[in-house]
Design a protein around this ligand. Structure first.
Ligand SMILES: [Zn+2]
Length: 279
């Protein structure tokens, strides 16, 4: 599916014409019902001030979310980084990827993309991809089920994030990841497919977001151990943001994760198996 510059531009302009209400609901950790969510952030699209977006060809969305890279040939791994971009870690992660001639997929929130459009552009400039991870990263209730929210809220979270990504100067995203990987909701699946995006979950979750908020060599070893394994088509979850979160252990573990996959003959790809980086 080709997402053209014209359609992206119209999307942003439509958001601007609708208004610029930016009142955002409080972050959702304490929310217990979907009723608390409003759609007042629907129109947070900002003027396009970055470089012109380019057309990008998205793969046809499959019916179900991907928990591994599709296909059976060869060994492939997709590195993914969620919840950024972040002034404290995005450029560090990009520098490590660049040293290794690699790229990855960054699932950004609309809120962080709006706050740090320069970092969105830096991700793209380094050859990495920007995915949609919702605007506010709602994880309502005890189960954290974003995918149980009403259709209108899901759509506004997704659309406002795509607008923020495009406004920052990146192509509209081909990939979506739900907060917490909660991806079973039928309505959410339908919304994402209708937007032409593929839902991406993960194969390995090292829980780097739960790491101590200080440098910890033992936790760095834990991250490496749980971010690697024997799957021949692995999607690896790591975390970049949000802003001000401590990601020093993730950054410190990244080279070892790369080394593992390289030593085992893996090709580094996007979440659907298309090569990323120069080798
Ligand atoms: Zn997340």
């Amino acid at each position: 599916m080709t997402r053209s510059v014209a359609s992206l531009t119209s999307l942003v302009l439509a958001g601007l014409l609708l208004g610029t209400i930016t009142t955002a609901p409080a972050l959702a950790s304490a929310d217990s019902t979907a009723a608390r969510y409003t759609t007042t952030h629907l129109t947070t699209g900002r003027p396009t001030t970055g470089r012109p977006t380019t057309s990008v060809t998205c793969p046809a969305p499959p019916a179900a979310p991907l928990h591994r890279i599709p296909g059976r040939s060869g060994r492939k791994v997709a590195l993914t980084f969620d919840d950024g971009p972040s002034p404290t870690s995005t450029r560090q992660i990009l520098a490590i990827l660049a040293r290794n001639h690699l790229a990855a997929t960054f699932f950004v929130t609309g809120a962080e993309a709006t706050a740090h459009p320069d970092l969105v552009r830096a991700i793209v400039a380094e050859g990495s991809l920007v995915g949609n991870h919702t605007y506010h990263h709602y994880q309502p209730g005890a189960g954290g089920a974003f995918d149980r929210l009403p259709r209108s809220v899901i759509r506004s979270e997704v659309d406002s994030t795509t607008r923020a990504i495009v406004a920052a100067g990146a192509p509209a995203p081909c990939f979506f990841r739900a907060p917490g990987g909660r991806d079973s909701g039928v309505t959410m699946r339908a919304v994402i497919r209708s937007e032409g995006m593929t839902m991406i979950n993960w194969t390995y979750d090292p829980r780097d977001w739960a790491a101590p908020h200080k440098a910890s060599p033992s936790y760095q070893r834990h991250i490496v151990a749980y971010a690697t394994g024997t799957s021949s088509h692995a999607i690896v979850l790591d975390h970049d943001g949000p802003d001000r979160a401590y990601r020093g252990n993730t950054v410190a573990a990244l080279q070892s994760i790369i080394n593992y996959y390289r030593q085992h003959g893996y090709t580094f790809t996007d979440p659907v198996g298309r090569p990323l980086g120069s080798r």
